[in-house]
Structure formats: C-alpha cells, structure tokens
Design a protein around this ligand. Structure first.
Ligand code: ASP
Length: 312
C-alpha cells in the first residue's frame, strides 16, 4: 500500500500565475488550487495516496502570527490522524522560514512534516514548483524523515526549519542553512546529517490564542535608541535587536536598553550577519526573525503563568 500524505496548501509562488512565462517577478501568488498543482505533477500518483486541504491562498508576505497558529493546528490535526503517514505544506518563500520555525517550536511530530515552495510561478517557462512538490512528497513518505523536527524541501535539498533561511531574491537555490548546511538530499530522500540544535518544544500549542507583539530593530551605524521607546509606545511587549557583527551594542544604546529591561521588557541581542556564534562560548545565534518567534512564544507562556502565590 502506498503511503498516505496530507497536503496543506497556503498559497505562494508555487501556486502563482503570471501572464508572462518569462517574467518571474510579475505574478499573483496563491492563485492555483492544490488540486491544480497536483494535476501538474502526474508522477505523484505513483508515490503516495494524497489528501488535500486548501487552508489559505496567500502571498506569504501577508501571513501573520494568526496564520501561523491556524497552520500549526492544521498540521497537528493531520499528524494525529492514524491513517496519515506524513504531511506536506505548500507555502510562499518570503516568510516560509517563519511559519516552518513556528511549527517546529510548537509541534513534535512523530511523522514527517515537510514544507515546500517555489521561486518561479507555476506558469513560468521552467517552474521549480512541480519538482519541489514531488520531492517534498517523497521525503514525507520516508520514515527516516520522521523525528527530525519540521523540514523544508526545496531545490533538491532537505533543510531543518530551525536552520533554513531565504538568502536570494530570485534564484531557485534561494534557501540556505548557513551554519549547518542542509540535512540531506531530496530525490531519493537521503538524510546525511541530523539537526544539531535540540528539537524545541517550549510551548504547548493548545491554549495559545494570540501571540504578543515583538518588534525587530535593525541597528546600523548612527541609528538612534529612541526607536526602542517607539516600539514600546506602539504596543511591543519585547524587542529583538539585529545588531552589527557578533551582536555588538553601540555605546549610545546600552543605557536605554538597560532601562527597558529594568521595566520588564525583554530586549534580545542577535546578529544581523545571519550566521555564526555570538561569543566564544555560546551556540550558534538565531536570526533576528527566528529570535522574534521564540520571544513571542516565551511571552505567551508568561502570559498564561499565574503570578507566584496566586496559582489556583
Ligand atoms: N511572494 C511570494 C510568497 O512568499 C514569493 C514566493 O513564494 O516565492 O508567497
């Protein structure tokens, strides 16, 4: 019997359509249905029995934390079904690393969960989506892809959601895992490395209804710390700094950061370089984008923890 794979479609360029076969920037993301995508990849029928769910039809630039929550719940529900062997999510490339990392932090699936995408719309001369979808389904069919956290399959490679990032505006090899490299090859699936960071599970998905606002400030030569107060005034509950080098804090920012921390606002220091450890002794840093998601989840836990002495 063929493996049963559940496909959750959210939109993106993989479902994009353009009036031109050669212009890979002027198109509408999230136009085609998941059924239309499957129909464009006939060999999928040899790989797996597919069920589908058209969850969203979004350009992923328009995803919000509310969508992450809805998507993570849909993945959790699919994984919980006994007859499902793996889950594939089609997603836009722009914020794929955010949705996939969020899912990685709140789920511990015992079956393969694989995000995939495309850099060229489905109507392009040589679209990358059909092969990416085929590869993602074959990885989701492979039991060796289970227990590795949420995966991202694109351009023939398998990446860990916690490592991968989009690093090019248009190339089909836009995704890299800068500190670790990919986990393996997608066709046929071959895992060559296990994820190095522990599989996170800081928060039970059940019970989170909203995520607190956390802002990222990109710190440049001469940028001023009054931006910190502007974020708090606008409603941020915490701030992630994308700092130069190994997260070097400009002298003029040190006092205002300390003041905010004293008032109970977390201020997280990350590097804007995109890779490498922050000091000689710590593990590899998180990108600002991923540190923001971790902080949102941490704050959502503290929101639900009763103050000491008031536990019911
Ligand atoms: N703007 C598109 C999206 O993220 C880009 C893509 O999918 O490549 O939905």
């Amino acid at each position: 019997m063929k493996p049963r794979i559940h496909l959750i479609a959210t939109g993106g360029t993989i479902a994009g359509a353009s009036p031109s076969a050669t212009d890979t920037t002027d198109y509408r993301a999230g136009t085609l249905t998941i059924e239309a995508l499957i129909a464009s990849v006939p060999p999928l029928a040899d790989l797996a029995e597919l069920t589908t769910e058209q969850l969203y039809k979004l350009d992923s630039k328009d995803m919000t934390p509310r969508h992450w929550l809805g998507l993570a719940r849909a993945i959790e529900a699919a994984v919980a079904q006994e007859h499902i062997d793996g889950v594939v999510i089609t997603h836009g490339t722009d914020t794929l690393e955010e949705s996939a990392f969020f899912a990685d932090l709140v789920l511990t699936p015992d079956k393969p969960v694989v995000f995939t995408c495309a850099m060229r719309p489905a109507t392009a001369l040589s679209p990358d989506g059909p092969m990416n979808l085929y590869n993602a389904v074959s990885v989701a069919c492979d039991p060796s892809a289970a227990g590795l956290g949420v995966l991202v399959v694109t351009n023939d490679r398998i990446h860990a959601a916690r490592e991968v990032t989009k690093a090019h505006t248009q190339a089909v090899d836009a995704f890299i895992s800068p500190d670790t490299g990919p986990l393996g090859w997608a066709r046929p699936p071959l895992i060559t490395h296990k994820p190095v960071r522990p599989i996170g599970h800081p928060v039970e998905l059940q019970g989170i209804s909203t995520l607190p606002r956390v802002d990222i400030l990109f710190v440049t030569a001469g940028s001023t710390p009054d931006l910190l107060q502007a974020c708090i005034a606008a409603g941020a509950r915490g701030i992630v700094l994308a700092l130069p080098g190994h997260a070097s804090v400009p002298e003029s920012w040190k006092g205002p950061i300390a003041q905010l921390r004293n008032k109970g606002y977390p201020v997280i220091e990350t590097s804007r370089t995109g890779a490498g450890p922050l000091t000689m002794s710590t593990e590899m840093s998180r990108t600002p984008t991923k540190a923001r998601i971790e902080l949102m989840l941490e704050l959502s836990i503290s929101d639900r923890t009763p103050p000491l002495g008031k536990a019911s």
